[in-house]
Design a protein around this ligand. Structure first.
Ligand code: NCD
Ligand code: ZN
Length: 349
C-alpha cells in the first residue's frame, strides 16, 4: 500500500472563522491547507445583509497571509427579515454562495433565527430561482426532544416538508451525524447533499464521557452511537457525490470550553486532513479521499475544482500540529485529538 497520496487541494464546505483576534489566529491555518471554504455567518452580530457580508469578507481577506490564494465563500444568516433582493443581487454578483438556516436557539450565537418557516418563503423562492443553496443546521431545538434525537426529528418536521414544498431548492444538510441522516440524503434527489465532519467519523457518544467528561469532544450536533459513526464512515468513503467534507472547525477559547457550561464546537482545522487520510485508509478507501475532500463539494456548488495539489504521507505528524493556538486576548484554542495515535501528516500543502 502506498505511503503517500497526492490529491487535488481540498475545500472546506463548512467553516467557522470567527472575527477579531480569533479570526487572525485561525484563518491562516485553514488558508494554508484548503483552497476555499464556506464561511459560517454566526458571528456575535450575525452576517445578515450583503453589506455585513462584504465587510466580513474584507476582514477575512485582511487576516490572510500575504499572497494567499484562499477563497472565502460567503454566506448569509437566514432570518425572518432577510431581504430577498440581497439573495438575487448577491447571487448575480457571485458574492453570495449560500444561506444558513439555524433552528431557533439551536447553537452558538443563533438567537435571531427563523421561528416560523412560512415567514421566509419569499427568500426561499428567490434562492430556488437563483440556484443559491440553503445550508441547514439539521437539529430541532425543542427542549422536549432528546438531544440525541434532534437530527432525526428535524428531518421529519422540517427538512422533508421543506424539500417537498421547494423541490428545486438546493439544500445541504450540514454535519450529519445519524444513519437516518445518511439514508435521507442518499435516497433524496440531486438537490439534497450533506457535509460530514472529521470528528463524527472518529468519535461516538461514549468517547465524550470516556474516563470523565471531555469538553473538546463536545460539538453540535453531538456525536451519536457507534452504529451512526460506522454509517457515516461507510458513506463518506463510498465515493457518493452527495457527501463531502465540512470540517465545522469551530474555535472557542479554552476558558469557554473548560467551564461549568462549556460551548459546543471542536477546533479541527490543523488536523482534519491527516485524520481523514487515516480514516480512509482504515476503511480501505484511500482512492476515495480526493472525491470527499476535493471533488464532490465543487460539483454540488457548481464550481471548478482547485488547480493545485497537496501531498499526504503515512508518517506521524510533528507534535506541534496539536499545540494549542494562541488567539491573543481571546486566549488559547485546543486542537482536536483522539486517543488513537495519528499516523498521517501533510507533507506538502
Ligand atoms: C458551532 C459554533 O461554535 O459556532 N458549534 C458546533 O458545535 N458545531 C455552531 C454550529 O456549527 O452549529
Ligand atoms: Zn458549524
Amino acid at each position: 500500500m502506498s505511503d503517500q497520496i497526492e490529491i487535488i487541494r481540498p475545500d472546506d464546505w463548512h467553516l467557522h472563522l470567527r472575527d477579531g483576534a480569533m479570526l487572525k489566529a485561525v484563518a491562516p491555518i485553514s488558508a494554508a491547507l484548503f483552497g476555499r471554504a464556506i464561511i459560517m455567518p454566526n458571528l456575535v452580530a450575525p452576517v445578515r445583509t450583503l453589506e455585513n457580508l462584504r465587510a466580513y469578507r474584507g476582514r477575512i481577506e485582511a487576516a490572510l497571509p500575504e499572497g494567499s490564494t484562499f477563497k472565502p465563500l460567503m454566506t448569509l444568516y437566514l432570518t425572518e427579515t432577510t431581504d430577498p433582493t440581497d439573495v438575487t443581487e448577491g447571487a448575480a454578483s457571485g458574492e453570495l454562495t449560500a444561506l444558513k438556516l439555524y433552528p431557533a436557539g439551536a447553537t452558538t450565537n443563533s438567537d435571531v433565527d427563523v421561528k416560523d418557516m412560512t415567514r421566509v418563503h419569499t427568500v426561499l423562492e428567490a434562492m430556488q430561482e437563483a440556484g443559491v443553496p440553503l445550508l441547514v443546521h439539521g437539529e430541532v431545538n425543542d427542549p422536549d426532544v432528546d438531544i440525541f434525537d434532534r437530527e432525526v426529528v428535524f428531518i421529519e418536521r422540517v427538512l422533508a416538508p421543506l424539500h417537498r414544498y421547494f423541490p428545486a431548492l438546493r439544500i445541504v444538510m450540514e454535519h450529519i451525524t445519524t444513519e437516518e441522516g445518511v439514508a435521507f440524503v442518499s435516497e433524496s434527489d440531486e438537490n439534497i447533499a450533506a457535509t460530514i465532519t472529521p470528528q463524527h467519523l472518529l468519535i461516538n457518544r461514549s468517547d465524550i464521557f470516556r474516563g470523565g467528561i471531555r469538553p473538546h469532544f463536545y460539538c453540535l450536533p453531538i456525536a451519536k452511537r457507534e452504529n451512526h459513526r460506522l454509517a457515516l464512515r461507510k458513506v463518506a468513503t463510498s465515493g457518493s457525490p452527495k457527501f463531502f467534507l465540512g470540517t465545522d472547525s469551530a474555535p472557542h477559547p479554552l476558558g469557554s470550553k473548560e467551564c461549568a457550561c462549556g460551548c459546543a464546537g471542536i477546533f479541527n482545522a490543523p488536523v482534519t486532513l491527516p485524520y481523514l487520510a487515516q480514516v480512509f485508509e482504515e476503511e480501505g478507501a484511500l482512492d476515495k479521499l480526493e472525491a470527499f475532500t476535493s471533488l464532490n463539494g465543487s460539483t454540488f456548488y457548481r464550481l471548478p475544482v482547485n488547480e493545485d495539489r497537496i501531498v499526504l504521507r503515512r508518517t506521524p505528524p510533528n507534535e506541534t500540529i496539536f499545540q494549542p493556538i494562541d488567539a491573543g486576548a481571546e486566549g488559547r484554542v485546543v486542537v482536536f485529538r483522539t486517543e488513537k495515535p495519528l499516523n498521517w501528516s501533510v507533507a506538502k500543502a
